[in-house]
Design a protein around this ligand. Structure first.
Ligand SMILES: [Zn+2]
Ligand SMILES: [Zn+2]
Length: 254
């Protein structure tokens, strides 16, 4: 299994608008972060996880030629801002794209992009085929994902376990049933928006993640969805050996 980090940044990216780097060192290319997304490939199957506003650049940068399905974690802009690119993706690929999203995400998408649901799509595209995600296993792009939800702000974000890999983004807590899904994973790719400093903003910091994962057996952890307050080198130096900071283009073999 191969996991490519398409974007390791938080909602506003790094640098933010007006070249605002926050606490991130502008001279370290690993701090240049697009919005959070991953590309999961296994057994010839390809799944895109989240479609944020940097989607087009991310797909082009990594020379991704095709994908079968898209998994949307939750309806915030940094995770769905690229959804309107997908009808054109269908047309270029010449096949349908299956999109998996919770009821909550679907409701929000219908408000944001009503035209995508009105039947007016790219002609001959095969179109977008919508599937509702629940807290239960689902087969997306031919991959069997064990889906769970975690609290994030006033809503829920969907994470998943696939074989010995788990992805969870935009989480401020870990309910017991979701913790059970992470237990035993070889690799956990997890949001750590706030680096070492806890903040009441619906996101996570490393001290909170340590507390949350207490008692769980997890091989390696990679931290992603990092805000401009997080400097790559500064955070990496403070982490245990089996924990790494993500950067755009990072490839993880599981
Ligand atoms: Zn986010
Ligand atoms: Zn979010």
């Amino acid at each position: 299994m191969k996991v490519t980090v398409l974007g390791s940044g938080s909602a506003y990216g790094t640098p933010m608008i007006f070249n605002s780097w926050g606490d991130a060192d502008a001279s370290d290319s690993r701090n240049r972060r697009q919005r959070a997304s991953i590309f999961l490939e296994d057994e010839g199957k390809r799944l895109l996880v989240d479609a944020g506003p940097d989607l087009r650049e991310q797909i082009n940068r990594e020379n991704i030629a095709d994908f079968d399905a898209v998994f949307l974690t939750h309806p915030h802009y940094d995770h769905i801002g690229g959804v309107p690119e997908l009808p054109r993706a269908c047309k270029i690929l010449g096949h349908q794209i299956d999109i998996y999203a919770s009821d909550l995400t679907m409701d929000e998408l219908k408000k944001c992009y009503a035209y995508l649901f009105s039947g007016i799509g790219e002609p001959d595209s095969g179109g977008l085929v919508w599937h509702v995600l629940k807290d239960e296993p689902v087969t997306a792009a031919g991959l069997e994902l064990d889906v769970f939800s975690v609290p994030h702000h006033h809503l829920q974000s969907n994470g998943f376990r696939y074989k010995n890999f788990a992805y969870v983004t935009d989480w401020q807590g870990l309910p017991e049933y979701a913790a059970a899904r992470l237990d035993g994973a070889d690799l956990l790719l997890a949001e750590c928006n706030n680096g070492m400093t806890p903040a009441q903003n619906g996101h996570s910091s490393w001290p909170e993640i340590v507390d949350r994962l207490k008692g769980l057996k997890i091989g390696r952890i990679v931290l992603t969805h990092l805000s401009a307050r997080v400097d790559y080198r500064t955070l990496q130096e403070q982490l245990p050996e089996n924990v790494r900071v993500a950067y755009d283009g990072m490839v993880l073999e599981v």
